[in-house]
Ligand binder design. Structure first.
Ligand SMILES: Cc1cc2nc3c(=O)[nH]c(=O)nc-3n(C[C@H](O)[C@H](O)[C@H](O)COP(=O)(O)OP(=O)(O)OC[C@H]3O[C@@H](n4cnc5c(N)ncnc54)[C@H](O)[C@@H]3O)c2cc1C
Length: 390
């Protein structure tokens, strides 16, 4: 058994680390200053500039097929890079990406939606959640009715990331209520903002925020259906599946950076005439954090490896998401404790992480939904104990 990285994986990982350290991390103090002043941390133009700089380093479209100019990296490699991104609290991501399901676009949709999204000229958002249906996503009520060559969309979507900035939305709507979303009754639509939907920003604990989208008789041509009529729920699950290893991969980077800060602080801060790191209470927090961080790392890499091996990744990804999200919350909480009062201030990024990572236990499948999937797989015998080694 080999737990090492290949030379190629190490080289790409180190180049990503170098880029983040040299080009992104220097913006961190300015970001904190702006956020303290209630200004946006990073302007879209600044993000774009960084992404174009990264492109020169070769980072463009981590998951995007090469025919679209992307890197088309294996999931393990993407996971390693998301961990590097997590080391900075600047809300950076590499450019050249599009929602994974947009690649189902027809030739016409490719020109109108996919290519401009990859190029960074258009912004998308993905909308399945509704006020009445979050975890129970198959219970959506947002309706699309056929009218000649068009469909008429009505309803509300909520908590949509990027919904206030998006030029177009990928919306999952009920097209056949009799069948139910899970059984071919839901369809994905590509809907331009200019077709008439509006959005409202939702303030949250984190920086930035999602939006509610409102559709009132929005007319959408049939050619704007993504995939097939009735395929919407399957596409939605595919979209959500992707986040189940990228989110915890990001969490590993955050936890490592935060824990490093805690170790440095424990080695320098003195109370009662001695470094706080000499106290067992502090040592145990550091030991527990490192142990959980390592456990999460290997669960996540195994989930990504499962994707690359062409196996069904759902069980492994649910464990990675559940454990990785919990881990980063526990680690950041301990790191704040080790920093005392300073940890609670906006001088340091710790309280920012504390607010940010709370979301990781909620979106793209709550902790409880991951547990539901993991236990259901075992109780119904879909998965055997011991995973692929079992
Ligand atoms: C910042 C943010 C960004 C988001 N981005 C997007 C996006 O881009 N697109 C999108 O479509 N959605 C998005 N979401 C929505 C997100 O996926 C949902 O909030 C999430 O799935 C939970 O749904 P809910 O909020 O309706 O909670 P509910 O489903 O109402 O759940 C409430 C609580 O009950 C628990 N629960 C529910 N059912 C069960 C059960 N059977 N057993 C045990 N416990 C249960 C849940 O785990 C949770 O703790 C986002 C949410 C947030 C907060």
């Amino acid at each position: 058994m080999d737990f090492g990285l290949s030379d190629e994986e190490r080289a790409i990982r180190d180049t990503a680390r170098d880029f983040i350290t040299r080009e992104v991390m220097p913006l961190e103090q300015e970001l904190l200053r702006r956020e303290r002043a209630h200004q946006p941390g990073l302007e879209p133009s600044e993000l774009r500039e960084l992404q174009l700089k990264a492109k020169k380093f070769g980072f463009w479209g981590l998951a995007t097929p090469q025919e679209y100019g992307g890197m088309d990296l294996p999931a393990v490699m993407q996971s390693l890079i998301w961990t590097e991104i997590g080391r900075t609290f600047v809300p950076f991501r590499f450019g050249g990406e599009a929602d994974n399901i947009l690649f189902y676009a027809t030739e016409e949709q490719r020109q109108e939606f996919l290519l401009p999204t990859i190029a960074g000229d258009r912004n998308s958002c993905f909308a399945i959640t509704e006020p009445g249906a979050g975890s129970d996503a198959a219970n959506i009520r947002f309706r699309a009715r056929r009218d000649g060559d068009d469909w008429i969309l009505n309803g509300e979507k909520t908590f949509i990331t990027g919904g206030n900035e998006a030029d177009f939305a990928i919306v999952i709507a009920v097209t056949d209520p009799e069948r139910g979303a899970r059984n071919g009754g839901a369809t994905a639509f590509l809907v331009d903002r200019s077709m008439g939907w509006r959005s409202e920003f939702i303030p949250t604990m984190g920086e930035g925020g999602p939006a509610s989208l409102f559709f009132d008789d929005v007319r959408v041509p049939h050619r704007n259906i993504l995939g097939e009529v009735g395929q919407g729920f399957t596409l939605a699950m595919q979209w959500i599946g992707k986040g189940r290893y990228t989110i915890p991969s990001h969490a590993v980077g955050i936890a490592e950076r935060a824990l490093r800060m805690a170790i440095d602080h424990a080695n320098t801060r003195e109370t009662f005439g001695t470094k706080i790191g000499t106290n067992q209470a502090i040592q145990w927090m550091i030991a527990d954090s490192e142990t959980e961080l390592e456990a999460a790392r290997w669960l996540i890499l195994r989930a990504a490896w499962t994707v690359d091996a062409g196996l069904d990744p759902r069980h492994a990804s649910s464990m990675a998401k559940l454990y990785g999200a919990g881990m980063v919350n526990r680690v950041v909480d301990r790191v704040m404790q080790i920093h005392g009062g300073m940890g609670y201030t906006r001088e340091l990024p710790i309280e920012r992480w504390y607010r940010q990572v709370r979301l990781y236990r909620i979106f793209e499948g709550t902790d409880e939904m991951q547990r539901l999937i993991i236990s259901r797989d075992l109780l119904r015998g879909y998965t055997k104990l011991g995973g692929h080694l079992g």
